[in-house]
Design a protein around this ligand. Structure first.
Ligand code: L34
Length: 288
């Protein structure tokens, strides 16, 4: 059993990105500039955006976080998106999800200029991704693919079970793994899937992205499988913070059966962040 170290892999990628940014700057070009819009006070979102801001600094990027109150109206948010679309100093920006319930998330996403959509969430980018055209690949699936590549996990002809059909992880992951180059045979499982445990038990690669702590049990995983845990649920814990982060995989039961497994934390999370940096670098290079 090999633990896939997302934190370490992200650090290696960070060094590659930082070197490229240093070259850009030495050549007289501006460093990439990422903006994150954070609406409201969700604790987890604050952590993720803070992690992104810190990573921008470590990559040599410029970064700005627009913190807006929870009461921000949809129209106000759309106005900020439009400003960023038109701001020549901004290479890429994200609107951290989830948004407060009174705001229509899809409408906000659709307002983002595809050229600055470094999350890869706009319909133009999603369409380009599905067709295998040049696009911004959403950060979490991109990070997972990078881990599979760097750990030489074979995907060609392998059976993959992706659990969860969200627009930001499960669905794009299922599409990408089935494309030429990755060549996996993918089953996208969700809450209405019949015999889900049986489907998952057949899989060589399992991507768990449904948001239910410890959902994937030992008896649902084939011996020698690769298991990618995308879950990051905060649960109450007897420590100084009062909480800890748990994945969608029952690690203690599943890990002994695996060829490869990602831990939580320190697996997919750091790769999500570094993949966003990669997209931002691409956006900056395209614009200059
Ligand atoms: N717009 N919204 C937008 N883009 C995204 O790509 C995201 N996502 C998801 C939530 N909303 C989003 C993220 O950034 C999830 N996500 C994310 C980012 C970072 C981490 C986890 C999820 C992360 O840093 N995880 C660390 C520790 C987490 C902790 O301590 O709470 C880890 O090691 O897993």
């Amino acid at each position: 059993m090999t633990i896939i170290d997302g934190k370490l892999t992200a650090q290696q990628l960070r060094a590659e990105i930082a070197a490229e940014v240093a070259e850009m700057v030495a050549a007289g070009k501006a460093a990439p500039h990422l903006v994150a819009i954070l609406v409201g006070n969700d604790g987890a979102s604050q952590t993720y955006v803070a992690n992104k801001e810190k990573m921008c600094g470590e990559c040599g990027f410029r970064s700005t976080v627009l913190r807006l109150p929870a009461e921000t109206t949809e129209e106000e948010l759309l106005a900020r998106v439009e400003e960023l679309n038109n701001d020549p100093e901004v290479d890429g920006f994200i609107v951290q999800l989830p948004l407060p319930k009174h705001i229509d998330e899809q409408r906000v996403i659709e307002a983002i200029s595809p050229r600055k959509d470094v999350d890869g969430f706009t319909p133009i980018n999603v369409g380009a991704m599905v067709l295998g055209l040049e696009c911004f690949v959403p950060a979490t699936p991109a990070g997972i693919l990078e881990l599979l590549k760097r750990y030489n996990v074979p995907t060609s002809g392998k059976k993959c079970a992706v659990i969860g059909r969200s627009n930001i992880v499960g669905r794009p992951m299922s599409i990408l793994l089935s494309q030429k180059g990755w060549d996996a045979t993918v089953t996208l499982c969700h809450s209405r899937t019949a015999n889900l445990a049986e489907v998952v038990r057949e899989a060589d690669i399992v991507v768990a992205a449904l948001g239910i702590p410890g959902f994937v049990k030992g008896d649902m995983v084939k011996e020698g499988a690769t298991v990618i845990d995308v879950g990051i649920t905060r649960v109450a814990a007897d420590n100084a913070r009062g909480w800890r982060v748990v994945g969608d995989v029952d690690y203690d039961e599943v890990a002994p059966k695996c060829e490869y497994i990602t831990p939580v934390p320190g697996g997919v999370g750091p790769m999500t962040i570094i993949s966003l940096m990669k997209n931002t670098l691409i956006a900056a290079k395209r614009r200059k």
